[in-house]
Design a protein around this ligand. Structure first.
Ligand SMILES: [Mg+2]
Length: 230
């Protein structure tokens, strides 16, 4: 029987791509285009800072009695986010190396399906991953283990103790990975909250996480044992 493939799951925002700066750029461009003033810009930067979906633009329209319809405004925001977001070429190269090393690669992201998939497409990540699970697909958010299981299924495998989750959020990614019964790599950047179970490994950036997976990720795993035997 074939060994279970090595599985590396990744968070999207501020792990594989830089959301924070692209979000500010997208909001600024949208406000300029529509002549929105500082108050609306501040509302968007505050209300949409962690996540955004189509309903937020319905709220925005009502809050400020805007003339424009909410749906096309949301569509514009999605397009502008996709255009503004970037993925470090070193990350794309690292994922290529993981694939060459026979890893399955998945993305587990909270957020609206259309904006997350637009970003994954625009950055070139879509060509390098085997499966994507976005919370908007099934209305289940990280840290719920069901979203991790969906990502694994979309990578045509299943979760196991040898799989890995890499992300920047202690609550969504690391606690979620623990709940899903897989190993975790925290991309540090924010402070670690008290009382949370520690990650299995900590790095400064996702490229370091990929290097770690390539070097040590399969050492004790089923797939690693199979590779070692080759
Ligand atoms: Mg994140």
């Amino acid at each position: 029987m074939d060994p279970r493939p090595a599985l590396a799951l990744f968070d999207l925002d501020d792990t594989l791509v830089r959301r924070r700066t692209s979000f500010i750029d997208a909001v600024t461009a949208l406000c300029l285009e529509h002549g929105f003033g500082v108050e609306i810009r501040a509302w968007m930067l505050s209300e949409l800072a962690d996540r955004a979906n189509a309903d937020d633009f319905v709220r925005l329209r009502h809050e400020y009695a805007l003339d424009c319809r909410a749906e096309p405004l949301w569509g514009e925001f999605v397009d502008r986010m996709a255009n503004a977001v970037s993925c470090d070429p070193a990350v794309l190269q690292g994922l290529e190396r993981l694939r060459a090393d026979e890893w399955r690669i998945g993305i587990v992201a909270n957020g609206a399906s259309d904006v997350q998939r637009a970003k994954i497409g625009a950055t070139g990540l879509a060509d390098l991953v085997d499966g994507v699970a976005v919370s908007g697909d099934i209305d289940v958010r990280k840290p719920d283990a069901r979203l991790f299981a969906l990502a694994a299924a979309r990578c045509h495998t299943c979760l196991s103790a040898e799989a890995w989750m890499t992300g920047d959020s202690p609550s969504a990614d690391i606690a979620g990975g623990h709940q899903a019964g897989i190993r975790t790599i925290w991309v540090r950047g924010r402070s670690w909250p008290e009382g949370f179970m520690a990650p299995h490994h900590t790095v400064d950036c996702v490229t370091d996480a990929i290097s770690y997976l390539l070097r040590d990720g399969c050492r004790h795993g089923e797939a690693g044992r199979a590779r070692g035997a080759r």
